[in-house]
Design a protein around this ligand. Structure first.
Ligand code: PGA
Length: 267
């Protein structure tokens, strides 16, 4: 696992956007060979999305032959609700880049058969040959996508009940009113994420510091589902200094030294 420590949120976001752009461009995506990108919602990826929009508008990248799969979606709020992940993605990224609407995949939390919706999602990912790069964030309890503590580390896309901590964390998007936060969601599984060719997690701020420690320094544990990344053949975590506050000084130095040695990025 690679850990990139950037000074601040802006440096982290710029690094990740540049990395994604290089990945798409190096893939030389064409209609019959699209680049398949997994995407998260949340406050953490917003800086990356802004930078990707800038790269797209300046002609440095095109999303024309990029297929996206989002990680998750709430159940029980309309697609056009201001806090649905459909709305989030269209407002913060898709409406501002040159992606074809039919190439965007987001789970439908209002599908008549939610189990089938999840199974179809897995089949569709497989039909494209899997995900080339899955971007993600982590929750303060170490969850990836909505794989809450205790989730199976081989889980697939499914219906998931959200725990109190996640509901409280997400209340900031629902006028701080926890009663309005959906308590059920559809989410890709930990196994779905691990199947991607490459996984890149963004981690920013003190509130994620304990989770980052569990993911980087502690053993793989289903109570911190992000720690499953230790099993992945190509995982990168990009964080800011604030997120490293619970790591050992030696761990931070170790990864910083590695990145200095490795400063020619292996993209
Ligand atoms: P955040 O959410 O980026 O808004 O902190 C991340 C997550 O819960 O996965």
């Amino acid at each position: 696992m690679r850990l990139m420590i950037k000074t601040d949120y802006s440096g982290m976001s710029e690094w990740v956007a540049h990395y994604v752009v290089q990945k798409i461009n190096n893939h030389k995506a064409e209609t019959d060979k699209p680049f398949v990108l997994g995407l998260p919602t949340g406050s953490t990826p917003l800086g990356t999305y802004k930078a990707l929009i800038r790269y797209c508008n300046s002609g440095n990248v095109s999303f024309n032959n990029v297929i996206t799969f989002n990680m998750d979606e709430y159940v029980g709020i309309p697609k056009n609700h201001s806090q649905s992940y459909h709305t989030f993605m269209w407002d913060n990224l898709f409406s501002k880049i040159d992606i074809e609407p039919e190439n965007v995949n987001i789970l439908d939390g209002n599908a008549p058969d939610l189990v089938k919706e999840c199974e179809d999602y897995e089949h569709k990912i497989n039909a494209y040959g899997g995900i080339d790069l899955f971007l993600g964030g982590i929750g303060s309890d170490g969850h990836i996508a909505f794989n809450e503590p205790g989730s199976s580390l081989s889980s697939r896309t499914r219906l998931k009940t959200l725990n109190n901590k996640t509901v409280m964390d997400n209340a900031r998007f629902f006028d701080e009113d926890t009663s309005q936060v959906p308590t059920v969601a559809l989410t890709v599984g930990v196994g779905t994420i691990l199947d991607a060719n490459e996984v890149l997690l963004l981690v920013s701020g003190h509130s994620k510091a304990l989770a980052l420690r569990h993911i980087i320094e502690e053993p793989i544990n289903h109570m911190w589902t992000g720690s499953a990344l230790q099993l992945h053949k190509k995982a990168i975590i990009v964080c800011d200094d604030d997120a490293t506050h619970e790591l050992r000084v030696g761990t931070v130095r170790y990864f910083k030294e590695l990145e200095e040695l490795n400063s020619v990025q292996e993209i």
